[in-house]
Write a protein that binds this ligand. Structure first.
Ligand code: GLU
Length: 528
């Protein structure tokens, strides 16, 4: 029997910070491929042209490389199946879509947003599934020709059965049954001629010869559409392996409201990449115990994990990403894997190096009188949570509740800043001051304390540039927690009201709204 080389992929969407969940899924793809002498590739899924940014793509690649995962094929390293960036493959998807129109599996759809809205409302009222079922017409190419020529906006949709159920086979979960009535007629090609995630990812998985799709369980509901596509093209479907989602210690879905989710935060906070990777390996998998033992070791290297890995030992109970346990493991790496000289080398790699000092010293020079002033003045740059008195977050002009409200708004606004530098962060904060009717110098003190721990310190926006986006935002979360500890916690009701106000005052209509909700930009969005 012919065994094709195992090929797996990580397919991040470049729409935000590099997410810890991406590293987790990448790790299992990587280890599985390596275990079987296969290849692991990286593909950029930037079909969402509004939310995708080159900065996010760069940050994701850098973060995955930092954590120690290397891909055999990808946009930066090339390979025989390129290009590996979906925005460079538009013609491929269009040509494939044509095939589906020709074979009658897909159709032109001219339904207007108003029609689709009305349809959804009606179905909702009738207590039926709201997925679109093609009822406004499924046009063939011949039928549609005149309207297309006239420039009528349209999309191309995939037909789906109305009744019965779809059976998906998942290696870890067995047969998953999904009623067809829950599967809508998916848009394959959008009105702007760009593909959706579903079309692009199926076409690419096939052309890139992916044998195993290892991804998060949030994609299970998309699998029926993918199955339809494979059948329509007459292609073999790769094996599906849906990994359990990471959870907060309270078992809710891992979210940046409760825990940092950006890999950049962990790097900036001084976690060792091999410890973080080791910890991600403990999510959903355990190292097999040695003979006579009941439990395997918790500390293991990537090479050890590869040698011992068995995908069928992945457990589906929601793995808990517990920062305290990660701290414990990271501490063990510092102690057990480093003598002082080795630790010093790690500190230098991290931040105690000329590059960082040469960025910080110009900020210190106008303020320092003695060499001994320098370290205390810059300590906040090297900290995770700076030590400060929560009361210092309250200023004459801004009481505790007002400070909490502004910090919350600043957090949302700073989540939208890209690229991240002193000009762009200053512009964002100035905009807040303007919208709130405050002077910049009235708003600054609370931010100074939040970011640096002291009411006056090194220039704020330069400091934010050195701290980076993920750590700067984290500091705002710490400040919100500090205010909470002295009785200024925002209730969920207050938070809702602030969010509503924020959408109205700060977001242009219909734009950026998913980001405002807090976790929309983490790659788990339905757009892939
Ligand atoms: N682009 C999708 C994501 O960001 C990939 C999903 C998949 O692996 O099919 O998660």
């Amino acid at each position: 029997m012919h065994h094709p080389t195992i090929r797996t992929r990580i397919a991040p969407s470049p729409t935000g910070d590099p997410h810890i969940g991406t590293a987790y899924i990448a790790l299992f793809n990587y280890v599985f491929a390596r275990r079987h002498g296969g290849r692991f590739l990286l593909r950029i899924e930037d079909t969402d042209r509004v939310r995708s940014t080159p900065e996010s793509e760069r940050a994701i690649l850098a973060a995955l490389r930092w954590i120690g995962l290397a891909w055999d094929e990808g946009p930066d390293v090339g390979g025989p199946h390129g290009p590996y960036r979906q925005s460079e493959r538009t013609e491929i998807y269009r040509a494939h879509c044509e095939r589906l129109i020709d074979s009658g599996h897909a159709y032109y759809c001219f339904a207007t947003p108003e029609q689709l809205d009305a349809y959804r409302r009606e179905r909702l009222q009738a207590g039926k599934a709201t997925g679109y079922d093609g009822s406004f017409g499924m046009w063939t190419r011949a039928e549609a020709r005149a309207r297309i020529a006239a420039g009528d906006p349209h999309v191309i949709r995939l037909k789906a059965p109305a009744e019965g159920e779809c059976v998906i086979h998942d290696r870890l979960r067995g047969a998953i049954r999904i009623p067809w009535e829950n599967v809508d007629h998916q848009v394959l090609l959008k009105a702007d001629g760009h593909p959706t995630y579903h079309l692009a990812s199926v076409v690419d998985d096939h052309l890139m010869e992916i044998t195993h799709v290892i991804r998060g369980e949030e994609w299970i509901n998309s699998a029926p559409k993918h199955k339809l596509l494979y059948e329509a093209f007459g292609w073999e479907m790769p094996e599906l392996i849906h990994m359990p989602l990471l959870r907060n210690p309270d078992r809710s879905k891992l979210s940046k409201r409760k825990n940092p989710t950006s890999i950049d935060y962990y790097r900036q906070a001084g976690y060792l990449p091999e410890a973080l990777l080791n910890y991600l390996g403990l999510m959903a998998w355990t190292y097999p115990p040695a003979p006579g033992e009941t439990e395997g070791p918790e500390m293991f290297s990537l090479e050890e994990m590869i040698a011992a890995f068995d995908i069928d030992r992945v457990s589906l109970g929601g793995p808990i990403f517990d920062p305290r346990k990660l701290n414990w493991l990271n501490g063990r790496y510092l102690r057990e894997k480093h003598d002082p000289a080795a630790l010093l080398a790690r500190l230098r790699d991290w931040m105690l190096n000329d590059g960082v000092w040469l960025r910080a010293l110009p900020l210190v020079q106008p303020r320092a009188e003695k060499l001994s002033d320098v370290v205390p003045m810059t300590a906040f740059l090297f900290a995770d949570r700076p030590a400060y008195d929560p009361h210092s977050l309250i200023q004459k002009k801004l009481d505790g509740d007002a400070a909490a409200r502004l910090l919350r708004i600043a957090l949302w606004e700073l989540e939208r800043v890209t690229p991240w530098n002193k000009e762009t962060t200053k512009a964002a904060i100035s905009r807040i001051a303007q919208i709130e009717g405050l002077k910049l110098r009235e708003l600054m003190p609370v931010l100074f304390v939040a970011l640096t721990g002291a009411p006056a310190s090194l220039p704020l926006f330069d400091s934010m540039e050195i701290l980076g986006a993920a750590m700067s935002r984290r500091r705002l979360v710490y400040a919100l927690e500090a205010l909470g500890s002295i009785g200024h916690e925002l209730s969920s009701r207050q938070l809702k009201a602030i969010e509503q106000e924020y959408r109205e005052k700060y977001l242009e209509q219909g734009k950026g709204e998913t980001q405002a909700a807090g976790d929309g930009a983490d790659g788990s969005g339905a757009e892939g």
